[in-house]
Design a protein around this ligand. Structure first.
Ligand SMILES: [Mn+2]
Length: 316
């Protein structure tokens, strides 16, 4: 059932033991929104825990509360009165689903949200879930602290490509300004998150040599099979390097994380790439989407390229 922001705040106020979670393969918005909301709810006297079923990249240790994020263990039972999933539908929270037996509240900005949570607040116009969380925190009447502001600013900045993507709205900037006023430090966050280990910069050079141009230059992508990923770890932000190629409308990366399991990222400058991601059970936004294909790299590539070409033809 879809509810309003005011009802979402009331739902949080009505519960005492709250578990927050976000998607596997968490990004800045998933982590920042969870931690930002955690700080606000703690300030209101709630008992709050954050569980994410994945490893959290060390770069995010710049976010206050990073060390409090737990990873559920097999068969673990986490007691709670309410499970809150942010920036995701319930189908992508991994083991947290089984570990927490409680009513579910979902707060999201993905237009592809499956609406299966008991209660859902969805705002597809918000650039980031962090933008919604800021408004929710105002609604809750929780104090805007520096800790919270650092977390939410990170979510907002990363989901908008540091305020460069088309999802950046006047409201995004107003929220960002309010977060700066609360003590968020953009330079501290960007320096921490842009830092790369030497090996990763080398792996970027390796990966970039594998770019292929398709459809007369309208599509570009990089496929990294499991063997290459054993030699060179997949660098963060690789898709961004593909996206900037002149004339490219659809950019993709395909990484065979485990033999026979490929994670796909898609970006576009106009075409609705959710149409591609949804074909493989994924989701996302018009210009940024992702999915997983359970096939070896070469086969997954053929299926993905076929789907991209179809959507490109339909759009033309
Ligand atoms: Mn997001």
């Amino acid at each position: 059932m879809q509810i309003s922001l005011t009802e979402t705040a009331a739902e949080l106020k009505a519960h005492e033991r709250i578990v927050l979670t976000a998607h596997v393969n968490p990004d800045g918005d998933a982590i920042g929104s969870s931690l930002g909301l955690m700080h606000a709810l703690k300030a209101l006297g709630k008992e709050v825990q954050v569980f994410i079923d994945d490893d959290i990249p060390a770069a995010f240790s710049v976010l206050p509360g990073y060390e409090l994020i737990g990873k559920p263990e097999e068969g673990q039972n986490i007691p709670a009165d309410l499970l809150v999933a942010v920036d995701v539908s319930l189908d992508r929270i991994g083991r947290v689903n089984e570990a927490v037996k409680a009513p579910t509240l979902n707060i999201d900005h993905h237009i592809t949200n499956d609406g299966k949570a008991d209660k859902l607040y969805l705002d597809g116009n918000a650039a980031a879930t962090a933008e919604i969380i800021y408004q929710l925190i105002e609604e809750l009447g929780a104090p805007c602290t520096q800790e919270m502001a650092m977390c939410l600013y990170t979510g907002l900045a990363m989901d908008t490509g540091w305020f460069r993507f088309s999802n950046t709205t006047p409201n995004t900037m107003r929220v960002a300004a309010a977060l700066l006023a609360c003590g968020a430090q953009p330079h501290v966050i960007s320096e921490a998150l842009e830092q790369r280990p030497f090996a990763e910069v080398q792996s970027l050079a390796f990966a970039l040599q594998k770019i292929e141009l398709l459809a007369g230059g309208k599509v570009a992508g990089i496929c990294l099979d499991h063997a290459s990923l054993q030699e060179h770890e997949a660098p963060e932000g690789l898709i961004g390097m593909v996206r900037v190629i002149e004339g490219v409308d659809i950019a993709f990366t395909l990484k065979e994380k485990e033999p026979g399991l490929c994670r796909v990222s898609l970006r576009s400058k106009g075409v609705d790439v959710t149409k591609i991601a949804l074909q493989f059970g994924g989701g996302g936004h018009v210009r940024a989407a992702g999915c997983t294909i359970e096939k070896p790299c070469a086969e997954a590539r053929i299926e993905l390229v076929k789907a991209i070409m179809q959507v490109l033809e339909e759009t033309a």
